[in-house]
Design a protein around this ligand. Structure first.
Ligand SMILES: [Zn+2]
Length: 164
């Protein structure tokens, strides 16, 4: 396992659309392990997407279980994730390993239906809400070359320096 270098805004690789995973092999498993270790080494540490380490594949990791009192599915490796339904809208604060100095206020769906494969290629479906749904929407955006900065209504009102 290895902690990988995280690309930061405005690295052009963060604007690329990532390709679907077609090989569910040991290199995918290793990528997932490295992504998880990299995520846990960073501030916040609730999600990471492969393009953030320069790998243009549709793989994300989300784990919001460290946040107290919120519904969650624990640690998830989501391969080729697809959000199939969105319901409700809610504003909330987001950070990003690739935008380390800022926190943004972003509107996201409150409930989502998500379909994704696991690292063995099996298909799973999830009903998610609240912070976990927000984290997944943020990470799936990375697969399409979008950062939370792209979803701010106003940079003046919705972008604040991260207090560390
Ligand atoms: Zn991010």
């Amino acid at each position: 396992m290895a902690i990988l270098d995280v690309l930061t805004y405005p690295d052009p690789l963060l604007k690329q659309v990532a390709a679907p995973v077609t090989e569910f092999d040991s290199s995918l498993a290793r990528l997932a392990e490295d992504l998880e270790q990299t995520m846990r080494a960073g501030p916040g540490g609730v999600g990471i997407a492969a393009p953030q380490v320069g790998v243009l594949l549709r793989v994300v990791i989300v784990d919001v279980s460290s946040r107290p009192g919120i519904p969650n599915h624990g640690r998830l490796v989501l391969v080729n994730p697809e959000i199939q339904r969105w319901k409700g809208m809610v504003k909330g604060r987001e950070g990003c390993l690739s935008v380390p100095d800022f926190i943004g206020t972003v509107i996201r769906a409150e409930h989502i239906t998500l379909q994704a494969q696991d690292i063995h290629g099996g298909t799973q479906q999830y009903q998610m809400q609240g912070y976990e749904a927000r984290a997944v929407q943020h990470e799936v955006d990375h697969l399409d070359g979008l950062l939370f900065l792209d979803r701010l209504v106003s940079r003046h009102h919705d972008l604040k320096p991260r207090q560390s």
